[in-house]
Design a protein around this ligand. Structure first.
Ligand SMILES: Nc1nc2c(c(=O)[nH]1)N[C@H]1C(S)=C(S)[C@@H](COP(=O)(O)O)O[C@H]1N2
Ligand SMILES: [Mo]
Length: 161
């Protein structure tokens, strides 16, 4: 799948981060992308991902009590900004949990990289800093174990292939 090309300010921004060792040291990178993306590899800070329009999902999950309000960036927006050209992403977490997710998920559903739950930033202790969240309550087909496994918490990297 090929996303239409749009302007990619993020690439310029993160390239600058790579190029400047001082900036690099002062920035906390929370998400790495590599594989079939513009530039081949990129590491993003929390500030970088907050540049994307923030999107809300209210949904129950398999691991929380009752519905929760999540906020974060649409994975689709991130992949589009990086000119991703692939069929799947391999999502990897802090604990080395890793799973393939079809990129079509992000086209068909408003899947987000959630940065907060209930208005509180997700910390690495409570599934943060990024948790892949599906709009599960809005789509019966998402209420399935196959999708539960794609709710990667403590997400650290996405490999596009
Ligand atoms: N980081 C991370 N995310 C993960 C997992 C994991 O082991 N580590 N397990 C997955 C699986 S198999 C399921 S069913 C859902 C629900 O996980 P939990 O109920 O074990 O929290 O999270 C998914 N996300
Ligand atoms: Mo699972």
């Amino acid at each position: 799948m090929k996303f239409p090309t749009i302007s990619i300010p993020l690439v310029a921004l993160a390239t600058a981060v790579f190029a400047n060792p001082e900036t690099q040291a002062s920035q906390d990178r929370i998400l790495t992308l590599d594989g079939a993306i513009a530039g081949g590899e990129i590491a993003l800070t929390r500030a970088d991902v907050l540049e994307f329009p923030q999107h809300q999902i209210v949904t129950t999950t398999s691991v929380t009590d009752g519905p929760q309000t999540f906020e974060g960036f649409l994975i689709r927006d991130l992949l589009q900004a990086l000119d991703a050209d692939g069929d799947v992403v391999v999502a990897r977490a802090l604990n080395d949990y890793q799973i393939e997710i079809p990129i079509s998920d992000f086209e068909c559903f408003d899947v987000i990289g959630a940065l907060s739950m209930g208005g509180v930033p997700l910390s690495p202790r409570d599934k943060g800093p990024i948790w892949i969240v599906y709009p599960r309550d809005d789509h019966p087909e998402l209420q399935d174990i196959r999708y539960d496994t794609r709710w990667v918490w403590q997400l650290v990297s996405l490999h596009v292939q």
